[in-house]
Design a binder for this molecule. Sequence first.
Ligand SMILES: *[C@@H]1O[C@H](CO)[C@@H](O)[C@H](O)[C@H]1NC(C)=O
Ligand SMILES: *[C@@H]1O[C@H](CO)[C@@H](O)[C@H](O)[C@H]1NC(C)=O
Length: 414
Amino acid sequence: MRRGGALQALLALALAVGFLGSAQALRFDSRQRLKIVQAADIHFGEDGDADHATSQLLRDVLAAEQPDLVSGYAIPAANLVERVRLRMDAASLSGSWHEQQWRQLTAPLHEAGVPWAAILGNHDGEADLSRREVMALDAATGGSLSLSQSGPATLSGAGNYWLDVLEPGNSSQVAARLWSCVGGDIVEWVRQQAALLPRVPSLAFVHIPIPQFSEAWSSGAPANGTKGEETGCPLDDTGLFEVAKEFGIHSIYSGHDHDNDFAVELDGVRLAYGRKTGFGGYGPFSVQHGARVIELRMGEDTARSATWIRQQDGSQVFQQPVQEPRPHRQAGCPSIEGSCDKLLGPKMCLQLRGMRNGAEAAGALLASLVVLALTVVAGIVASRHALQHMRRRHGWRRLEAATAAKAHSPDAEV
Ligand SMILES: *[C@@H]1O[C@H](CO)[C@@H](O)[C@H](O)[C@H]1NC(C)=O
Ligand SMILES: *[C@@H]1O[C@H](CO)[C@@H](O)[C@H](O)[C@H]1NC(C)=O
């Protein structure tokens, strides 16, 4: 399969959830617990050996934790030519390159019978399907195990939704809520929805860390875990943190930075990275691959939920205090991609990103134009063909009619 370079293969988050009373509802078990495995930055589809290792790790984690799973996913950034080719090959969801990858990725979940909720990362719309098509693919192939939802079409990104967790034994009593948030414009939507819903302990999964991850780390707030690279948070603070505080979303879990797995607490909200699960893409360099496990207890503030990391070698890490002085203190969010900053400095990277975004937009436009042009050419060829065919048939009919007429009147000339 295609190999993605370290820069191409940045990220995506995956989550999986389990212990369901019924296929459609998440429910606390009789011990009033719900265990979530956060599979982050899966980076599937870049390399067959890496995919094999990722599937094996998923199987091992599911066997060890027997969780209620939440899962994420990443498709590598294909180059423009590849994207156009994949797009043209994909006549429909079924039979797409993406579908093959998706079926392989979710196989361990199907084997374990563990339901999942997918949240897309920044690479998931880069192969042969759009983000909305990826979510539709998940719904179409996941059966009752997929709890993923596309969310409102008016919001940017696909996969903005929430899942309620019910009390054991009472299907109308909501006891906790999981949010999956993708776009930057979702904050107002979260506020509006949360205001209408019963107030219960809640948590959120986002792929890209919000600016408070770096702010809290740099301020010296209580933290555990590793910071191997800069926090690749967006430059703009969308205000999600304030909304989370207001509506009892007291923990936010992210992925995106492959070499960070720290958890930090700010104003009563836990901000925590998952551990990178996928073997595609770069890193992690300072720790093993693995997955974060979160155990919700009914009625408990989610900032206090038990959490640990299940590693590739089967060991569990209950987060250790951080080393002081803290590495990678940052003033704000210099970039989405911290690795560039490390190499070239934030200023240069900002300029490069501007150029790259411009180039990507131009590339996407060009790709659409190429596809449009090819469609038009194909349409013209097809219609000319049809026209010729009709003319030929028409011609034959005239000839037949004339021949028939001639047969009936021997004097007639053809
Ligand atoms: C189940 O929850 C609903 C909604 O809160 C409540 O009205 C009802 O009394 C509960 N039923 C039982 C059996 O506890
Ligand atoms: C750090 O770990 C300790 C021990 O598990 C825990 O009590 C504390 O809440 C953790 N801090 C954060 C910010 O997660």
